[in-house]
Every structure is written in C-alpha cells, then in structure tokens.
Design a protein around this ligand. Sequence first.
Ligand code: NAD
Ligand code: GLY
Length: 358
Amino acid sequence: MQTVSIDLGSRSYPIHIGTNLIDQRGLIAGHVRNRAMVVTNETIAPLYLDQTMASLGNTPCSSVILPDGESYKNLDELNQVFTALLSENFDRGCTLIALGGGVVGDMTGYAAASYQRGVDFIQIPTTLLAQVDSSVGGKTGVNHALGKNMIGAFHQPTAVIADMGVLDTLADRELKAGLAEVVKYGFIIDAEFFTWLENNVEALLARDPAATAYAVKRSCQIKANVVEQDEREHGVRALLNLGHTFGHAIEAAMGYGNWLHGEAVSAGIAMALDTSLRLGLINEASRERGIKLLQRCDLPVTPPASMTPELFLKYMARDKKVSAGNVRLILLNGIGSSHVSADFDPEALHATLEHFST
Ligand code: NAD
Ligand code: GLY
C-alpha cells in the first residue's frame, strides 16, 4: 500500500492506494468514529458491500443502496440517505462511507456535509475516475435539472481508500472515461506526466496493474498539491476544470448519464485546445498532440451533433465558473501549462462553438 497525504491542517487526510484494501481488516474501521453507514448503489452492492462490511469487524455498521446512475444524482435520491440515518438514530458521531464511483462519492459527501450540520465520511472510490479525481478534494453535491453539480458543499473526507482490485469489474467504457481525468492533469500542469501517458496509454487500456497504480498515485499527488494551495477554488484549483465548462453543458443538455462525465470532459478538452489555438496560445502541433492522446484513449474529441452554439451558451452561462456574467475558461499555454481566463476574445469561443457544430 502507498499513501499520498493531503495537507489541509485540521482537515488533512491520507489517500491509501493498493490492492485488496477493502478486505484489510481494520483499515477502514480505523477511520470510523462510533458507527458507520455505507452508502453504495445497486450495481456495486452485490460486488463489494459484504466484503467492505466484513472488514469493519465489530464496528457497528448499516448500509443504504441507491439506484445506479448520474440521473439519480439529485436531492430526491439523496433523501434516502437521510431517511436511513434518521430511522436508525445515527448521531453526529457517525461516519458515512461512500462505496462507489463519483456519483455515490459526491452524494455521500454532500449527505455527510449536511446531516446534522456535518459528520465524517470516508471515500472508497471504485471507478478510475473517482480514484484519480472525485474522491479527493472535498467537492460534494448533486445535480439540478437546470445545471450540473449546482447544489453542494466543500466537505473533506477523513480518508480515501483506493483499492486497485475493484477496477477489475469496471466496464471498459467507464475505464476510458476515467482516463479523461488522468490525462487532464498532464495537460494542465505536468508535461512529464503527459509524456508518460503517451508512452503508457496501451498499458492503461490493458489494465496493467503497475501502470494503473502509478497513474492513480501521480494523479492524486497532483490533485492533492493543487487542493492544498486552493481548497475553495479561488484560483489555481479552477485549472482542474479543463474541458468541464464545455463538458458540463454536454452532460446537462444530453440528459444526465447519456454522455459519461469523462467522455464529455474529453470533448471539452478538445474544444479548449481549439479555443487556445484560435487565441494564439498554443500551436497546431500542441493541439494535434493533445487530440492524439485523447483519441488513443478511445475518447470522443467532438461533442454530440445536437450541441448547437446556442445550446452550449445556454448551459455555459450557468457554469459555476461564470463570474459577473463572464464565462471563464481554462485555456492551455502549451502541453503541461494552463491558465484561467474570463478576459479572452469572445470571437474565439464563438468560432470554436461554430466549428464543432458543423
Ligand atoms: P459513476 O459513479 O456513475 O460510476 C460509473 C458506473 O460504474 C456506474 O454504473 C457504477 O455503478 C459502476 N461502477 C462503479 N464502480 C464499479 C466497479 N468497481 N465495478 C463495476 N461497476 C462499477 O461515474 P464516475 O465516472 O465514477 O463519476 C462521475 C461523477 O463524478 C459525475 O457525477 C461527476 O460530476 C463527478 N465528479 C466529481 C468530482 C469531484 O471533485 N467531486 C470530480 C470529477 C467528477
Ligand atoms: N474536479 C475538479 C475539482 O475537484 O476541483
């Protein structure tokens, strides 16, 4: 087992990365206060719930099983967690355990942020995307029909336990969607990692354990470092949203769950590369290099045909990065370098939206 630490003062926590961690007696229990509620979904429960509960040993533990899917990441379904906690008299000393992908993790985290004004929670991410991104950093929340992740809170977990073994049962499409968030780190901040990814993409697609563990560890290190500098996203943390302004518009407009989050982010990164090129921030060779890596991950590099410029602008206006009415984009200065900007020539954005809708 390897451990990456995230240093946030009193909210610091370990990110444990290894295999068979959910079976390791005492590992999860060591982070539980007086009583645990495992939150999972109907797909993951038959695969990993018994093991997880067994490893808790004598720690009192219950579970709640949500329906599976992004379309259930909403306040109505979240209420099931509160109903389970209240009907079993869980108090403020309880610990919620998110056993699942980013949907379960975001929902459980938000339940923990709000139940009795805040209780502890542990992330046990079971998708690649959740292991490299959503389980780390404390962003929690649910979707609203009018916008993605619009209801939420910052609430850090007390531990993240990333078990590589559970990725064995993950569908290929989900694995590839997770790779979008992995390559994102190379694009925004780490040219060396980008090159490593170019050299190891086939190993990652073939689920090579050593390559996967390295990609998870490096991604968590980068994310931890960014979150340590800017926990509440007043600055550098926004870079983690490369491609997300376009991507969130695709997810919301297509109906949650039709395009996977990572797929929408991949198309969004391709669009951000295009805008950066039009603004003269990157050259054609860098754009090509970026597109090629996304394609080698078997990820989409164009949005769905039904996404018109008008539809993009409608949803982008609701993005959380909009400030005083201005859309803010993460733009690339090259491979491994990026910045946030609201002060760019809007013609470049419009040209990108037109280009991808023809
Ligand atoms: P997901 O949670 O929907 O999981 C994908 C699918 O895989 C689901 O059907 C799930 O049941 C299944 N699954 C999960 N683990 C499995 C396993 N080990 N074996 C077999 N099947 C398994 O999707 P995701 O890609 O993990 O997460 C996407 C969500 O994460 C989005 O809602 C996105 O907004 C959010 N997100 C949040 C952050 C953050 O910082 N909080 C960052 C990135 C993404
Ligand atoms: N996934 C973006 C963030 O955590 O800030």
